[in-house]
Design a protein around this ligand. Structure first.
Ligand code: FES
Length: 140
């Protein structure tokens, strides 16, 4: 299933069932998100009890904030042990440390690797009064 950013730059999980609950999680001030850095946000545990987190970043100074569930589309594991090492040189791709799946930061599309063509699961981002929030589906 393809999921892409909407026109406002916010991310929506189109396969989210209608009425499914979402938690709102505060990330940080938008100015605290440095271009070229990935902020990992702890989201607790998924429905199977596995730790889960979000990867939040600004692809460019004037680009909207994007966020993805930190789970590779090849195997259901985090992209890597540390968010500091996930960005490829140039800052436009997230690379899974396990088998090298390479995802565009602006839309989560995998352009290379064992899950080429898949998308990281996007999380809806809102910015209010200079603060970044995520809408996190329950249990995903
Ligand atoms: S687990 Fe990410 S590429 Fe294989």
């Amino acid at each position: 299933m393809s999921r892409r950013p909407d026109a406002r730059g916010a991310q929506r999980g189109d396969d989210q069932p209608a009425g499914a609950s979402r938690a709102r999680t505060h990330v940080c001030a938008v100015d605290a998100l440095e271009v070229g850095r990935v902020r990992e946000v702890d989201l607790g545990r998924d429905a199977l009890g596995r730790p889960r987190s979000a990867l939040v970043l600004r692809p460019a100074v004037d680009a909207p904030v994007v966020a993805y569930l930190n789970r590779c589309q090849h195997l259901p594991i985090p992209l890597g042990p540390s968010s500091d090492s996930l960005l490829a040189p140039g800052g436009q791709h997230l690379v899974c440390a396990t088998h090298g799946a390479t995802y565009r930061v602006d839309d989560g599309h995998c352009i290379f690797g064992p899950c080429e063509g898949a998308h990281l699961a996007p999380l809806e981002v809102t910015v209010e009064a200079g603060e970044v929030y995520l809408a996190v589906p329950a249990g995903e």
